[in-house]
Design a protein around this ligand. Structure first.
Ligand code: GLC
Length: 545
């Protein structure tokens, strides 16, 4: 067997995150749904003009009052009628699996919806058998039990008139936090996992898992001096008591044991919210394969368009993650400004998008794409009246919220961009005429076709799937150069983050040949000892045979 096919699928896969509300509306209500995803599975994999991705992560599709668009779940064992029903979900699983596409669900169990029967019961009285399933406390003096803040603004405690106590919510008040210290809660969560694993899902993305446990005595967080803290009180504290408690390790080990008890390499990928401590974040891989299979590495979300920022992120990974663990790379998701827009500068946005994609798909580790990245979707521009995201509404004008990265997928240049037959829940981006699947699939020069080529190259190149990564030192400023090697194959990746031509000297004197590049044609050879990069170019080369 060759080295690459001993790797579990989640190390080889290119993941594609779908925000179901915004992918494709099949039933004409303006909101995307499961049937819309099924209709477009061929777009994702299996046909000559498919993108070629291998695994889907679906943002939540469970029944929910949608205060946080599904991240507030009221029934963990069903599908929201907005998106379809269980039968449609099973059809999606079957159709995806028939195309060798894995399906990973979002598991949101730090909190439930306040409409979940568990919370209704818990709230009904202080003596309720489910009272202790959530975190209820008396106040301190006239105020809440401690100084914790919600990430979405305001105190993390909500006074409940009926039962005369406060409950904890680290997000919206409509999202009460579960009490993970209660063994019954844990057991209920294990059962939910088994339910979906038995149905055939391939794994879970764990939403804000590092918040599950809180300090047993709910101590107040110490204050932290920070400029941002003046505008956003959450940043004005050191979060030592409301997250990252040591009990996490046992819980993750149990979750891992559950997924591992099913055949087919089921997996867990965890969203480590608020990471600024890499060591802490990467400790959730566990001691020795007994934690998460994958921990999201969000450092690129904060990298500016500078080679040294990306280089630093790669080095942080190498320094802090256990040496046996497998990396992940993320440029965009449903919570941040789309990277096309983050990096766009007049005239070169589409070039930078290619450099970014080249990096994401050639680094060692599992890349996560976000729907629309492949066609170069920009952050949507919304006026105040159009804003739907609750934190967006609250913090306007300082923060426009997260709607901009959730605008409908642009399938065609036509009415509603082919997303829906009616006005969608969020406005379609104005650039749909040029930025859309249909026209990019037909255009050899498109970003979509570049993504297709990159993904295919990755899939067919064992060195890119599993080879060692070596960063080159002393390359010109604004370039990032590394190689990936396995056995006797080595691929060299050179990325130019500047708008100037540049030459990279190599310390050997063989001729290099282009495998895939943004500017140079495939097969182009460079004279021995150097690579030449055009402005904003991404180059993938091999030594000439
Ligand atoms: C995660 C999700 C985000 C959600 C929050 C609360 O950060 O990615 O969208 O609002 O958790 O569940």
């Amino acid at each position: 067997m060759t080295a690459e096919n001993t790797q579990p699928w989640w190390q080889r896969a290119v993941f594609y995150q779908i925000y179901p509300r915004s992918f494709k509306d099949a039933n004409g209500d303006g909101i995307g749904d499961l049937a819309g995803i099924i209709e477009n599975l061929d777009y994702l994999k299996g046909k000559p003009d498919s993108l070629g991705v291998d695994a889907l992560w679906l943002s939540p599709v469970y029944p929910s009052p949608q205060h946080d668009f599904g991240y507030d779940i009221k029934d963990y064992r069903n599908i929201d009628p907005l998106f379809g029903d269980l039968a449609t979900f099973q059809k999606l699983l079957k159709e995806a699996h028939a195309r060798d596409i894995k399906v990973v669900m979002d598991l949101v169990v730090n909190h439930t919806s306040w409409e979940h029967p568990w919370f209704r019961e818990s709230r009904s009285s202080r003596d309720s058998p489910k009272r202790d399933w959530y975190i209820w406390r008396d106040g301190e003096g006239d105020g809440p039990p401690n100084n914790w803040r919600s990430l979405f603004g305001g105190p993390a405690w909500q006074w409940d008139e009926q039962s005369q106590q406060y409950y904890l919510h680290l997000f919206l008040k409509e999202q009460p936090d579960l009490n993970w210290r209660n063994p019954e809660v844990q057991e209920a969560i294990w059962e939910i996992m088994r339910y979906w694993l038995e149905m055939g899902v391939d794994g879970f993305r764990l939403d804000v898992y590092n918040f599950y446990f809180k300090d047993a005595t709910l101590r107040s967080n110490p204050r932290r001096r920070s400029l941002r803290g003046l505008f956003y009180a959450y940043e004005g504290q050191h979060h030592i008591y409301d997250q990252d408690q040591p009990e996490m390790y046992g819980a993750l080990a149990k979750m891992r044991e559950i997924v591992d008890s099913y055949p087919g390499d089921r997996m867990l990928v965890g969203e480590t919210s608020t990471i600024d401590n890499f060591q802490q974040a990467y400790s959730y891989y566990g001691q020795d394969h007994d934690g998460l299979n994958l921990v999201f590495n969000f450092e690129f979300l904060n990298s500016r368009w500078r080679a040294k920022d990306f280089r630093q992120a790669i080095i942080h990974w190498q320094q802090h993650a256990p040496n046996w663990s497998w990396p992940t790379w993320v440029l965009s998701n449903h919570d941040v400004i789309r990277h096309f827009t983050r990096y766009a500068q007049k005239g070169v946005g589409h070039l930078r998008a290619r450099v970014a994609a080249s990096m994401l798909l050639t680094l060692k580790g599992t890349p996560f794409l976000y729907y629309g990245d492949e066609i170069g979707m920009r952050e949507g521009r919304l006026s105040r009246s159009m804003i739907q995201d609750p934190p967006g509404k609250k913090f306007w004008p300082f923060f426009r919220g997260r709607d901009g990265c959730r605008t409908p997928m642009q399938w065609t240049a036509g009415e509603q961009a082919g997303f829906s037959t009616v006005r969608p829940w969020l406005p379609i981006n104005k650039d749909k005429k040029t930025v859309n699947v249909e026209s990019e699939q037909q255009n050899e020069q498109s970003l979509f076709q570049y993504y297709q080529r990159l993904i295919a190259l990755r899939k067919n190149t064992p060195a890119l799937l599993s080879g060692a990564l070596h960063l080159l030192d002393n390359t010109p400023e604004q370039t990032l150069v590394y190689h990936r090697s396995l056995g006797d194959d080595t691929l060299w990746i050179a990325l130019n983050f500047s708008q100037r031509k540049t030459t990279i000297s190599l310390n050997f004197s063989e001729t290099m040949e282009v495998v895939l590049a943004t500017h140079h044609p495939e097969g182009h050879t460079f004279s021995p000892g150097s690579l030449k990069l055009e402005p904003d170019e991404a180059l993938i080369c091999r030594k000439s045979k």
